[in-house]
Design a protein around this ligand. Structure first.
Ligand SMILES: [Zn+2]
Length: 119
């Protein structure tokens, strides 16, 4: 699912996309300059490798996500502490965003239930 950034104004635009067993649900809202605010909730399950024993297990995900999408190159002179994703086709590619968010979560340290019990 792709949303044209130009269509996003001060009225939030709701979206909901799914990737396997994960739902990415939230809204996009125009912020300022070239920035669009994205606020969403990521919930569901994903197959993840245990950082301790290496076994794959189902990781429960329930994360709040908030970042900005910049329409074009983001001017880094602006000294703000923001999470910004740049878009070069003036689109919010939600399928791509959900997969990078999932990859980010997977790259964290996670241990499976049986390893938790041993601890
Ligand atoms: Zn384990």
């Amino acid at each position: 699912m792709k949303i044209k950034l130009i269509k996003i104004g001060k009225t939030p635009v709701d979206f909901e996309v799914k990737s396997d067993e994960i739902t990415f649900k939230g809204y996009l809202e125009y912020d300022s300059g070239k920035l669009i605010l994205l606020k969403a909730n990521l919930s569901g399950f994903t197959l993840c490798e245990c950082s301790r024993c290496g076994e794959e297990f189902n990781l429960k995900i329930d994360e709040k996500v908030k970042f900005f999408i910049s329409d074009g190159v983001f001017d880094s002179d602006v000294s703000m502490d923001l999470d910004v994703v740049e878009s070069f086709d003036s689109m919010a590619d939600l399928d791509e965003l959900i997969s990078s968010e999932i990859e980010l979560i997977k790259s964290d340290y996670h241990i499976c239930d049986s390893c938790k019990v041993e601890w």
